[in-house]
Design a protein around this ligand. Structure first.
Ligand SMILES: [Zn+2]
Length: 101
């Protein structure tokens, strides 16, 4: 058991515009921070989230500082260029299921 367990297991849907994290299932609504459409959420790599939470252990994971760092790391790791780098992209409204591989 590691200190990351609570979120290592979870999908981390993250708004690629502002860094807001929606834990659990797929976002069902637009981003509450920047109001980007829900397809702006991507599933970021766990090591990015680990670094964010290690850097700001005393802050909420959606604190402005955390979101800022998350955006910076997403940029450094090039997770924006959606199709297949590190992050997955929210499937379209067709109802396609995600199959983790
Ligand atoms: Zn957002």
């Amino acid at each position: 058991m590691t200190k990351y367990e609570p979120y290592m297991q979870a999908l981390l849907w993250t708004c690629k515009h502002c860094g807001f994290v929606y834990e659990g299932g797929q976002p069902k609504q637009n981003c509450p921070i920047c109001e980007s459409y829900k397809t702006s959420f991507i599933d970021i790599p766990q090591h990015i989230e680990a670094e964010v939470r290690e850097t700001h252990p005393d802050k909420s994971f959606n604190h402005a500082d955390c979101r800022e760092l998350r955006k910076k790391l997403m940029d450094e790791h090039n997770v924006y260029s959606s199709n297949r780098v590190a992050g997955r992209v929210l499937p379209s409204a067709s109802g396609t299921n995600i199959k983790p591989s």
